[in-house]
Write a protein that binds this ligand. Structure first.
Ligand code: NAP
Length: 341
């Protein structure tokens, strides 16, 4: 197949490009600033911004299938404010769907997130829910994935947790009891590829929305402890009452992003990040069985961090990732504008 991976230069995108190349597909990775040297051999690149239709539509010509992985990180307040979630996730998806339909693309795999809902409490999840509706209303063969957090070389969740909860004594909202269900990128991307490749009358994935998680649910505090233990450090958690944490994080909404960026130690966060800590990021029913997997087949975060599988998932060059590379920079800023809040 000839596959376009929109957002193919990001963490999951690079791993997916490797998987698709290994399966013998032609692959093009589209992003605003694709850098060939960071992508696996044989992957073509296309430059475009999903918020600008004319900049992306040419890349859809001749493609059989598209994966939409573009996103703003939910861990940080976006540059340009929370409205950017809607521009990138909802409007960007609208452009991806329109371009795919216009160019006769058959199939779309849409990456969403657990809790996506047009009426969700955070802008990130509302915009992801709106994007899902656009995909469901399209004429394409579609499959939607809602994963919990994904770990592996180049990810941001573990480095983020280590910064949020530094050793040795760390205050965490609500004692860090929010639960996550981390899944290894090496277990996750083959599912994306399977969903992309399926076709025909007995297509098992057509029109499905899959909730995907790893083999265990871990609290934020447990993730912090595991991550630091892998470096030989310990963490003692001091609970901050949620209401107090909420007051602190909500007040950051009134601080311009440029100020947050300039002051070390203050995270680029706000009320959306506070609200996201109030809900578990776990599956109701883990849909990995749709891909012939059981939880025992999946790599645990502790095993990854201990390096029991070497910690090297695939042959991906990670240029600006890695466990200690994350700065509080708002993650990847997909705004495409320099608008600041
Ligand atoms: N990582 C996780 O734990 C996790 C968990 C659940 C769901 N997800 C979802 O999985 C998807 C991929 O996540 P990820 O961790 O791989 O994200 P990522 O590393 O931040 O990658 C995002 C990709 O999108 C591109 N991009 C951003 N804004 C763009 C725009 N306006 N136009 C075109 N390309 C743009 C980026 O490249 P440029 O910056 O060069 O444009 C990059 O290639 C997202 O939908 C995310 O919500 C991730």
């Amino acid at each position: 197949m000839n596959v376009l991976v929109v957002g193919g230069t990001g963490f999951i995108g690079k791993h997916l490009c490797v998987e698709l190349r290994e399966r013998g597909h032609e692959v093009t990775a589209l992003s605003r600033s694709p850098e060939d040297e960071t992508l696996p051999d044989g992957v073509e690149t296309a430059m475009g911004d999903v918020t600008a239709y004319d900049s992306i539509e040419g890349a859809f010509e001749g493609k059989d299938a598209v994966v939409n992985l573009v996103a703003l990180s939910p861990l940080f307040r976006p540059r340009g404010g929370d409205e950017m979630h809607h521009r990138v996730h909802r409007d960007g998806t609208e452009n991806v769907v329109r371009a795919a339909e216009s160019h006769g693309v058959r199939r779309l795999v849409q990456q969403s997130a657990l809790g996506a809902d047009p009426n969700a409490e955070t802008a990130y999840l509302r915009s992801k829910g709106q994007a899902e509706e656009i995909v469901r209303n399209s004429n394409l063969e579609w499959v939607i994935f809602r994963p919990s957090v994904i770990f592996g070389d180049g990810e941001e969740f573990v480095p983020y947790t280590k910064k949020l909860a530094p050793p040795y004594v760390t205050p965490l909202p609500g004692g860090g009891k929010t639960r996550f269900q981390p899944i290894w990128v090496g277990d996750f991307v083959p599912m994306l590829a399977d969903a992309l490749e399926a076709s025909g009358e007995s297509d098992p994935h057509l029109g499905k929305t899959y909730e995907i998680g790893g083999p265990e649910a871990l609290t934020l505090a447990e993730v912090a402890k595991l991550a630091h233990a892998a470096d030989g450090r310990s963490v003692g958690v001091v609970p901050i009452p949620m209401a107090l944490a909420g007051l602190g994080l909500k007040s950051l909404d009134f601080v311009p992003g440029s100020v947050l960026d300039a002051v070390p130690g203050i995270p680029r966060m706000g009320s959306d990040q506070y609200r996201s800590l109030k809900f578990d990021n776990t599956t109701d029913t883990n849909d990995i069985d749709a891909f012939g997997l059981e939880e025992g087949d999946l790599l645990r975060l502790s095993a990854y961090l201990d390096g029991s599988r070497g910690g090297n998932d695939t042959d991906v060059t990670v240029v600006d990732g890695g466990p200690d590379a994350l700065e509080s920079d708002g993650g990847s800023d997909a705004s495409g504008t320099d608008t600041e809040t």
